[in-house]
Design a protein around this ligand. Sequence first.
Ligand code: PRP
Ligand code: URA
Ligand code: MG
Length: 219
Amino acid sequence: MHIHNISKQNSILNTFISEIRNTDIQKDSMRFRRNIERIGEILGYEMSKALNYKPSTIKTPLGTCNINLPENNIVLCSILRAGVPLHNGLLNYFDTAENAFISAYRHHKNDPESFEIIVEYLACPNLDNKTLILADPMLATGQSMIATFEALKPFGTPKEIHLVSVIGAQKGINFVEKNLNSNIHLWIAAIDKELNEKGYIVPGLGDAGDLAFGEKLQH
Ligand SMILES: O=P(O)(O)OC[C@H]1O[C@H](OP(=O)(O)OP(=O)(O)O)[C@H](O)[C@@H]1O
Ligand SMILES: O=c1cc[nH]c(=O)[nH]1
Ligand SMILES: [Mg+2]
């Protein structure tokens, strides 16, 4: 897997990352969603450098100019719920992308420290020869990403796959790397060292879905 950790270089991205992690600022859910969206725009911009470009000629009011334009057919797939603001940020830049949504949630049986991933809702176009962008802000154990990847298989074989995430734990990244083919790209805004016993990223930011959309009842 090709890992692009875009926070290796200081940029305005640091401000947005610090705000989503900050226990006071993250309480403002509108700001939290908007920051995830802004990070999606930055990750999308960085990812766009790896797309395929073809020469094009544009007519201006005063003449013509040559410019290379992306030629990829993009399908943007995100994992509900926390993926929604990240999806919006990516869609702000990839105007013509097709879209897919999948629900994946952690189901705890009796033991709060163990869970399985339940995939229920899935809406996806044909993926054959397309550029699949799989977006989820939190890559913790990596199980949601792999479960999603498996669930998408019947929809076709993408030409290339880009995973987009905001904060990842090294353990989850290793798990994804072990389970996916080596030609996949991961575009990520921060990599944290630890996972706690409940599978939360430390220091991370807490529960991204709850911060964006409110707490949910466990079922
Ligand atoms: O890498 P994993 O260990 O699988 O964990 C990451 C998953 O956890 C979060 O979703 P969550 O289950 O909290 O659902 P939500 O977005 O509805 O809150 C996040 O958005 C990922 O989908
Ligand atoms: O740290 C984590 C792990 C899973 N889901 C989250 O929202 N945060
Ligand atoms: Mg959540």
